[in-house]
Design a protein around this ligand. Structure first.
Ligand SMILES: NC(=O)c1ccc[n+]([C@@H]2O[C@H](COP(=O)([O-])OP(=O)(O)OC[C@H]3O[C@@H](n4cnc5c(N)ncnc54)[C@H](O)[C@@H]3O)[C@@H](O)[C@H]2O)c1
Length: 438
């Protein structure tokens, strides 16, 4: 990238700053050489996978770690100090990281309900963002994130690392080359075996946890021991069920291979809690069918199917999570953890490839390349939003129990106010609450 463009790409414009709610100044120019100072927000289960990789990555320096759980905060800081040789600053308030002019990028691995609020604040403060999947808690937030990135000239990469995994990229490239003809239908499945979360009464949060900041702008529900850590994904106010949790990885690959860059026009779904008798609010059994209409090219209609049975003690086609692509000349089976197979007419195996699993380090490299040189993000928020939206749309259709018509351009249901209300959320009064204009 030319120097002038590079500068323009990396600096927040005066106009963008003036429009932002956040008063913090833009970051300094990204260093051409030397590690990029970053802040890490939410070093929990997945977060520590990132921290362990980043602490040994010479491209970055973890300047801050932030967690509302004091035990996790200390464990993350201890790890960085031990692995990288320098102890990062610590905080339970992510705004302190955003106030630090030296920090150029943040990683956000909080629960889903904080993804959009933290991303938007970070963009307003001039930071580039790597945020975990699903990009949003609800569909509207995804759109606000895209707008925030554009308005403030920031890179936003979403944590679907399959997008940077070479074996998967090769499989998708083979589909694009027409190895199975035109792909008209794709199926993604999630048949991981989950456990029950039980039933719990409200209780006092533990002393090491700032539960009010954990809730952030989400509605203030009482603390329960089966709400966190990790378990929040099964609660409506905080997660998107397993469709938005592990399902989103495979749904994203299915949509990628199907070759549709738009939202579907029709959604039909059935499901519910067929197995677990506990507090979780999302289906353990779910089948969702999306139809795309008016597509360019010889085949104007395509389908994407999602199946979820999170109680099955067996896998499908060799993978607990996977994708099948149905083409006019053949079939591809793809498991993101390491293999695709291509079958031609009469199920003749014609090609097979294996790899070592999703490549998180490659996804980090792609993000950092975006900061330094403007390299295109493999899982830019504008890409992930379209896949994450499928999870939100599928969950809404399952909840209302009827087929829904969707207007892709307006990102609204047609003639269904009850479903429409679930496309966004009401925030409580909180400094993290996103505004409609970002
Ligand atoms: N890419 C992947 O393969 C992958 C795998 C697992 C999880 N994830 C995603 O990672 C995210 C975290 O999932 P998890 O299972 O690690 O959850 P978790 O509950 O174990 O961890 C979340 C952490 O964020 C902290 N936190 C919450 N609010 C915060 C705030 N305002 N400021 C700072 N810290 C805050 C929590 O205390 C906790 O330590 C989710 O979005 C999940 O979907 C991605």
């Amino acid at each position: 990238m030319a120097e002038a463009n590079r500068r323009g790409f990396l600096q927040v414009t005066g106009a963008a700053l003036a429009a932002g709610a956040w008063a913090a100044p833009a970051t300094a120019n990204a260093a051409e050489d030397g590690p990029i100072p970053i802040g890490f927000i939410g070093p929990g289960g997945m977060g520590m996978n990132h921290v362990r990789l980043l602490a040994q990555n010479k491209e970055v320096r973890i300047a801050w770690v932030c967690d509302v759980d004091a035990n996790r905060l200390k464990a993350a800081a201890d790890h960085v100090e031990q692995a990288a040789g320098t102890r990062p600053q610590t905080t339970g308030d992510l705004r302190r990281i955003l106030d630090d002019r030296a920090v150029q990028a943040v990683w956000i691995a909080t629960p889903d309900h904080w993804h959009a609020p933290a991303t938007i604040l970070a963009c307003q403060a001039g930071k580039h963002v790597y945020v975990e999947k699903p990009c949003s808690h609800n569909l509207r937030e995804g759109r606000l994130m895209i707008e925030a990135g554009k308005q403030h000239g920031r890179v936003i990469q979403v944590g679907t690392q399959s997008r940077s995994t070479e074996g998967i990229r090769k499989g998708i490239a083979r589909l694009r080359e027409g190895v199975i003809g035109e792909v008209l239908v794709a199926k993604a499945w999630n048949s991981q075996r989950r456990g029950t979360i039980g039933k719990q009464q409200p209780s006092s949060p533990p002393e090491f946890l700032d539960f009010d900041t954990w809730l952030g702008p989400a509605p203030a529900v009482p603390y329960r021991s089966n709400l966190l850590p990790g378990v929040w994904r099964w609660w409506h106010e905080f997660g998107a069920g397993d469709m938005g949790n592990d399902g989103v990885h495979d749904i994203d690959i299915a949509r990628w291979g199907l070759g549709v860059e738009v939202h579907p026009t029709r959604i039909a779904a059935m499901g519910g809690k067929y197995v677990f008798d506990d507090d979780q609010q999302f289906p353990d059994t779910q089948t969702v069918l999306f139809e795309y209409q008016n597509l360019p090219g010889p085949h104007s209609r395509k389908q994407l199917i999602f199946e979820q049975r999170i109680w099955s003690p067996y896998v499908q086609e060799g993978f607990e999570n996977g994708c099948a692509f149905y083409g006019t000349d053949g079939l591809m089976l793809l498991g993101k953890t390491g293999r695709y197979q291509i079958f031609g007419r009469r199920n003749k195996l014609i090609e097979e490839a294996t790899w070592g699993g999703p490549d998180l380090a490659a996804h980090h490299r792609n993000f950092l390349g975006g900061i330094r040189t403007g390299e295109v993000q493999n899982a830019d928020v504008s890409i992930n939003h379209v896949s994450t939206a499928l999870c939100h749309l599928g969950n809404i259709a399952t909840r209302v129990g009827r087929a829904l018509e969707f207007d892709p351009a307006k990102e609204m249901f047609v003639g269904d106010d009850e479903a429409g209300r679930m496309l966004k959320r009401t925030y409580r009064e909180h400094w993290g609450a996103p505004r409609e204009s970002v």
